[in-house]
Design a protein around this ligand. Structure first.
Ligand SMILES: [Cu+2]
Length: 164
């Protein structure tokens, strides 16, 4: 019955290493991230926009693995005339939106863009953002670090609606 014990144990080791490789690769493939030096961009996405919309919002998380703050200086996309940085805060019960000149990713920390807090805004959309589209976006960080990434356009959720 066990005429090929060595082959069998080799096969088992081979199978185990395949399973391990799949386990290690799967989260990276799912997380949709981009690396540039100490910076990692996680899951950049935009909610789909209704027909005729002239603006769209962009959300992502930027992780800084270095001991120094990293400044995001600008962003651009072929899909819009310009990209602005918008922060939102609740003041006296009213949601206020402010335009920031730049954004800082803290050392050994992260900057989380999410609805109601912080987003990039695509101003002057050249067409609607359609669900499942991939939209090119370039981020310019201080120190000459450029990151070219693709935004996933996701289904528009009520929380992600952007009313300005
Ligand atoms: Cu905005």
């Amino acid at each position: 019955m066990s005429r090929h014990p060595t082959n069998f144990s080799l096969w088992r080791r081979y199978a185990a290493s395949i399973a391990l490789a799949a386990l290690l690769l799967a989260p990276a493939a799912r997380s949709h991230g981009y690396d540039a030096g100490p910076i990692r961009i996680q899951h950049p996405f935009s909610p789909a926009t209704p027909a005729g919309a002239t603006t769209g919002a962009v959300y992502m998380t930027i992780v800084n693995a270095s001991d120094a703050p990293v400044r995001l200086l600008g962003a651009s996309t072929p899909a819009a005339v310009k990209v602005e940085f918008h922060s939102m805060s609740l003041e006296g019960g009213v949601m206020k939106m402010r335009r920031a000149e730049d954004l800082v990713v803290p050392p050994r920390g992260k900057l989380v863009m999410r609805p109601g807090v912080l987003h990039l805004m695509l101003v002057g959309l050249k067409g609607p953002l359609l669900e499942e589209d991939l939209v090119a976006l370039k981020l310019k960080f201080e120190g000459g670090i450029d990151v070219d990434l693709e935004l996933y356009v996701e289904q528009r959720a009520p929380a992600a609606r952007h009313g300005h």
